[in-house]
Design a binder for this molecule. Structure first.
Ligand SMILES: C[S@@+](CC[C@H](N)C(=O)[O-])C[C@H]1O[C@@H](n2cnc3c(N)ncnc32)[C@H](O)[C@@H]1O
Length: 357
């Protein structure tokens, strides 16, 4: 008898298959979440009381038969409530926090945009597995960049001005007086703009080597009324222009760089003598066994599809990965020449490192 069959534990198998069925259901509903996001079905549900499929279809100018199926899938998933007596669907307050309220600290629609991007780009990453490992940001699905901005933006909105900056030694006082700040790997500039809105006396430079992202950041700064105190440049983390910055930040970007040590050295050189480098990185422990949890699960998957092949596509290709952990990150910063490094703050998704000369 096959040893695997002989040792099979039927109960464990049932538990595991049930778990995979649950995961498969989650994977299959991800495109439905994208549809609800794109077509305004969630915002319409959040604004209305309980609705029938006909009512939701009318409010959103969509086809009732498809809306009915979409609503049924959501009821089966527990993503919406269904009242069998009235045959109406509704969003309860908890579901509304996740799907219906863009200002909520647990708004998650952007994360599904990232899921879509990694599915679209999966063939590129498959090829990278046999082909040196590189699959850079350039040529990736556009929804990767907008999705990352929305996904990370939720945390930044909730923590950056309220907790992370105050956790740094003396930085808020400088920002209030008027400081020079650079945001390296700024993407769509969500973090840059949040800081610019909060500190009117300061000036902010956002840098990213992805041209489309910089164009989006410039547009967003205009829309949000902070264009006069922000500037956005297309440049790499090693060749950005400028110096004497009081604060340089890197939001969920340091581990993506091919040469994070080289970039951190350039950052050190660009800081004022008593300047601060804040590296916001994905939350992780130092060992794989510390990261076997829901956040580690999400981030190792993201790291396989995004962070690691992106770093391998750049010079040096250090490939820290999205779960590098504080010890490895501290080693990178020290190798770059920073002598004072500490963990300044921690949130459910991020760790905030403060590094000084
Ligand atoms: C995970 S995204 C984070 C974006 C942004 N900080 C945020 O949190 O929304 C990493 C960003 O780093 C940028 N990036 C990657 N390698 C870079 C490099 N060598 N120089 C400058 N930017 C880089 C990417 O284009 C991308 O926008």
């Amino acid at each position: 008898m096959n040893i695997l069959v002989r040792e099979l534990n039927e109960q464990k198998l049932e538990v595991f298959v049930t778990r995979i069925l649950d995961d498969l259901g989650a994977a299959m509903i991800a495109p439905l979440v994208r549809i609800g996001d794109e077509l305004g079905l969630y915002s319409a549900l959040a604004a209305s009381g309980p609705v029938t499929p006909e009512e939701l279809a009318r409010r959103t100018a969509t086809v009732e038969r498809l809306v009915r199926e979409w609503l049924s899938a959501h009821a089966a998933a527990g993503y919406l409530d269904y009242d069998a007596t009235t045959k109406r669907f509704s969003m309860n307050p908890e579901q509304a926090m996740v799907f219906g309220n863009p200002d909520s600290p647990v708004y998650m629609l952007g994360s599904f945009e990232v899921c879509q991007a990694v599915m679209v780009d999966q063939p590129k990453v498959s090829r990278a597995f046999r082909n040196g490992g590189a699959a850079g940001y350039h040529g990736r699905c556009n929804c990767l960049f907008s999705g990352m901005a929305r996904f990370f933006g939720v945390s930044y909105k909730a923590h950056l001005v309220q907790e992370w900056l105050p956790a740094l030694d003396g930085v808020v006082e400088k920002l209030e007086r008027g400081a020079r700040v650079a945001d390296i790997g700024c993407g769509h500039g969500i973090s840059t703009i949040l800081m610019a809105k909060a500190f009117e006396q300061s000036r902010f430079l956002g840098v990213d080597n992805h041209e489309d992202s910089i164009a989006c950041a410039r547009d967003a700064a205009k829309r949000d009324g902070v264009a006069a105190r922000t500037e956005f440049d297309v440049a790499t983390a090693k060749n950005f222009v400028g110096g004497n910055f009081d604060l340089i930040c890197c939001f969920d970007a340091l581990h993506d760089l091919g040469d994070p040590v080289g970039a951190a050295s350039r950052i050190l050189q660009a800081l004022a003598p008593d300047g601060t480098f804040m590296a916001v990185e994905p939350l992780a422990g130092d060992r794989l066994e510390d990261n076997i949890n829901p956040v580690g699960r999400l981030y190792y998957a993201g790291s396989t599809m995004i962070c690691t092949p992106v770093s391998l596509a750049q010079e040096v290709g250090l490939a820290l990965g999205g779960q590098a952990g504080p010890a490895r990150l501290e080693a990178v910063l020290r190798e770059a020449g920073f002598s004072r490094v500490r963990i300044a703050a921690e949130t459910p998704f991020n760790i905030v490192l403060e590094a000084r000369r």
